[in-house]
Design a protein around this ligand. Structure first.
Ligand SMILES: Cc1ncc(C[n+]2csc(CCOP(=O)(O)OP(=O)(O)O)c2C)c(N)n1
Length: 334
């Protein structure tokens, strides 16, 4: 192999990497732009009900979903918009669901906390804290029985560590070597309570006790989240069994869109510190620029593209019809 060929391969690999990280940046920017619009829709009383914003945590959804294949599964939480978008949901149908329209993922009847999209492997957001752990583990069990090679990633907040279901299914997953990745997004607050008041012992110690492979990482660094979970997903796909990753993160907004005055449970200084020093978009942008892999104009162009997609999505959702009144009891099981 000549030197120039080696250089060519290295150059192509570098270009491939740049495309991958710019795609991750775009996905994170899309989630952020989407969420800002959701907040706006709520403030203007366009949206029925509440939403729990994911802003600040984007590197986790994107880092994990970029380690998965389309046919792999995810299960999500009440704070699920980021997971849905990162796994491939379309912005316009997401907005349609939030506004209760027929074109939404659940024909407008599920809203923010129940978005599911089987076509992209998304088995659903879930309003029950910890509730999706059983679904993800069941999907992994099914994948193993069918020999399909699929992996399931189960997203949950550290508040779910108080739920018994999680331990029952992690125990089964460890015993049966199921291809499931438990992704604990530790944003430090369960609603309005710091997790140190609700959690005895350590986060990863729980999975370690069952012999599950664990990692505890900075959830603001999409490159780290992606590299870590890529290795764990590949191991699960090979038959090595489950893994548990704690991703340390922070939500910029309140527990939900109506949680405006937060100073009784966390300080403005703390919020500012995370926004200015630990922002996932800024961290990736600064790294790529410092390594001369991109420049600010490329990132601005990406931002403009996702903002336009979000604007068009909202426009679509506002103008598309509600389900017909005759369908009011269809697909509703509760
Ligand atoms: C089983 C159950 N108990 C209580 C609630 C009310 N609740 C909704 S969100 C939440 C806190 C969840 O905290 P965490 O799991 O850390 O997720 P985060 O909101 O921080 O993303 C609680 C207690 C619920 N939805 N389900």
């Amino acid at each position: 192999m000549t030197k120039s060929t080696v250089g060519g391969v290295a150059e192509r690999a570098k270009r491939g990497d740049v495309e991958h990280w710019l795609h991750c940046y775009e996905q994170m920017a899309k989630i952020r732009s989407f969420e800002e619009k959701v907040n706006d829709l709520y403030m203007k009383a366009f949206m029925p009900g509440l939403a729990h914003l994911y802003t600040g945590q984007e590197a986790i959804a994107v880092g994990v979903c970029e380690a998965l294949r389309q046919e792999d599964y995810v299960t999500s939480t009440h704070r699920g918009h980021g997971h849905c978008l990162a796994k491939g949901a379309a912005v316009d149908r997401m907005f349609a669901e939030l506004l209760g329209k027929e074109a939404g993922y659940c024909r407008g009847k599920g809203g923010s906390m129940h978005i599911a999209d089987p076509a992209s492997g998304n088995l659903g957001a879930n309003a029950i804290v910890g509730g999706s752990a059983g679904i993800a583990t069941g999907a992994a069990f099914s994948a193993k029985m069918r020999g399909s090679g699929q992996v399931a990633a189960c997203f949950f907040g550290e508040g779910a560590l108080g739920q018994g279901l999680l331990y029952e299914v992690m125990n089964m997953a460890a015993l049966w070597k199921l291809p499931v990745l438990y992704v604990c997004e530790n944003n430090m607050y369960n609603e309005y309570t710091h997790f140190s008041e609700t959690l005895a012992g350590g986060v990863i110690a729980r999975a370690q006790a069952m012999g599950i492979r664990v990692e505890s990482i900075d959830g603001q660094d999409v490159q780290l989240v992606n590299a870590t979970t890529q290795a764990l997903v590949e191991a699960a796909r090979r038959g090595d069994g489950p893994a548990f990753v704690e991703c340390k993160t922070y939500r910029y907004y309140g527990h939900h869109v109506g949680d405006i005055n937060r100073e009784y449970y966390r300080s403005k200084e703390e919020e500012q510190e995370w926004k200015s020093k630990r922002d996932p978009l800024k961290i990736l942008a600064e790294k790529l620029i410092a390594q001369k892999l991109t420049d600010p104009s490329v990132l601005s162009q990406i931002q403009a593209t996702v903002d336009a997609e979000v604007e068009a999505g909202v426009e679509f959702a506002i103008n598309t019809p509600y389900p017909d009144l005759s369908e009011v009891t269809e697909d509703v099981y509760a």
